[in-house]
Each structure stands twice: as C-alpha cells, then as structure tokens.
Design a protein around this ligand. Sequence first.
Ligand code: AMP
Ligand code: MG
Length: 302
Amino acid sequence: MDTSIEITAYGPGAERAVQAAMEVFRRVDREMNNYVASSRVSRVNASAGVSGVEVSAESFDVIRGALEMARRSGGAFDPTIGPLVTTWNIRRDATAFVPPSPEAIRKSRSLVDYRLVELQPGERTVKLLRPGMALDLGGAAKGYAAGRAAAIMREKGIRHGIINAGGNIVTVGDHPENRGWRIAIRDPRDPGAVLGTVSVAGQAVVTSGDYERFIMVGERRYHHLIDPHTGYPASNLRSVSIIGPDSFQADLLSTAVFVLGLKKGRELLGAFPGVEAMFVDLNGRLHFTPGFVAKYSWEPVQ
Ligand code: AMP
Ligand code: MG
C-alpha cells in the first residue's frame, strides 16, 4: 500500500492478534493494489472495455462501497480516478516533475466515470465499460483494511488496541489506562507539528490532506487528491479529518469531503449521522462539525 502500518495491541494474545491484523493488510494489498500487475483490480483494469473479471467477495464489497460513495458525493469521490492518477504521477521522489498538459488531463478525465462500471453480484464480476478506464482504490482500501484488521483484533479478544495505516487510524476499545486514545492531528504546513489532539475510543480517525503526497513547483502545490470534475488537484482545503464508527466509510468520506470542500463537504456529512469532521481551510483556519469538539474533547496546541 506504499505506506507504513503500525499495529498495537495490549493484553493476552496481543502478539497473535497483531499478526492476524497485519495479514489483512497483505491480503487487501494483494487483491486491490492496482500498481501490482497480478492483483485482481489490475486484471479488472487490463480487461477494461473488453470483459468483466471475477473478484473476491471482499474486493467486490469495497468496489461497491466506493461506487456508492461516488454516487452520494456526486462524483467527487470516484474509484475510476486511475487514469488521472497515472497522468499526474505525483510521487515523493519526483525530481523533474512537469505538470501534464491540459490535453492529457482532458483525455484522462474523459475516462473517469463511476457510472461506467458494471457490477454483477451473482458472478461477482466487475467490468469497466470503456478501454483505458482504471480503478484506483487508494482512497478507500487502507480504511477498509484497517477496519477489518480492527474487527479481527476484537474477535481475538483484544480490548485495547490501535492501528495506524498511514494516517488512517482505528482504535479498538479505549486506551489501557482507561481513557480515550489521543490522536494527533497534523499541521498540514509544518511537518512534525500538530494542531491538537482529539480523544476517541472505538472509533476511526481518518485524514486526507494535500501534504501527504505532493510536489512543489515554485509556490504551486501539486498533490494526490484529484477533483474528477476538473482533472486537477482539488484546491478547497488543506486537510480534513473524519471521526466515525466505520473505518471504511470514514476513509471514503475523507477523500470525498476533501474534494468537495467545506460547504459541500458539510452537506454530504449531514447524511452520515455519527460522523464528525475537522477541516483546515486554505488560510489555515480550523472548522469543526459540532460533535467533533463536543463528543471527542479536542485539545488544541496553544
Ligand atoms: P486518501 O488519502 O484516503 O484521501 O486517498 C488518496 C488516494 O485516493 C490517492 O492517492 C489516489 O489513489 C486516490 N484518489 C485521488 N483522488 C481521488 C478521488 N477524487 N476519488 C477517489 N480516489 C481518489
Ligand atoms: Mg480516503
């Protein structure tokens, strides 16, 4: 998944629970990573415009969930973002980055459309209807895997644990000292600095931000969260952090809300009771949904 995974568990059986949880990430990566040619998702992509490909029940659920979020967000989240991600090729090691031409962006954008994915639940097949289309589940697979991994830890009797998959955090129960887990929210413009901490137990905390993967060209920041409607990196927010009971849903929402921005993002979140958010806007100002502060005791860094 091109990120570091950190899993912590306390109590009897912790060692084995962590191993089982780690195995979930390996499995999800094997099935859903479109940068690995042998993955099922890569095969779906290779058969775009030609035929449907059978996928695992798990991959089918993730793709279905991603398409559902695409509909609910009006396409701000779109799991067929693959061609645009490839065209932008935002990587950490970019030395000679040149932004793609408007023509290349237009061409890729025309291949991004969640409505052109055909699911056959009976056969569990996924078909991309046009040649050149490509699924990219980077905005959802980590959250899905982290949620499943946390469920397995619970099944194995773990009552205090935490998973951090590259900013996708899931807590299992509360902290062993019988308090909430204090989750730091990063300052999007100061690596290593935090804006504050939020205390949660048994919840997921997922952040999407323009500082996770980006390239600076002069003053311009090109990052990895792309607005499917423009074909360019979304430029409404610096980051958004979502708290919710379901890690997969929180991951889908973090990406969707980042692209939608403050106003439309709040509207979307209104349809998800029990989900709270914190936004950092382009001026560095913080915005919260009411429950983020009330329910989870936010402590800003003074
Ligand atoms: P996240 O950190 O969860 O917001 O996911 C970021 C990743 O999601 C990117 O690296 C891309 O793989 C993918 N992505 C980028 N833009 C979008 C989008 N508009 N909809 C769905 N996935 C996206
Ligand atoms: Mg996400």
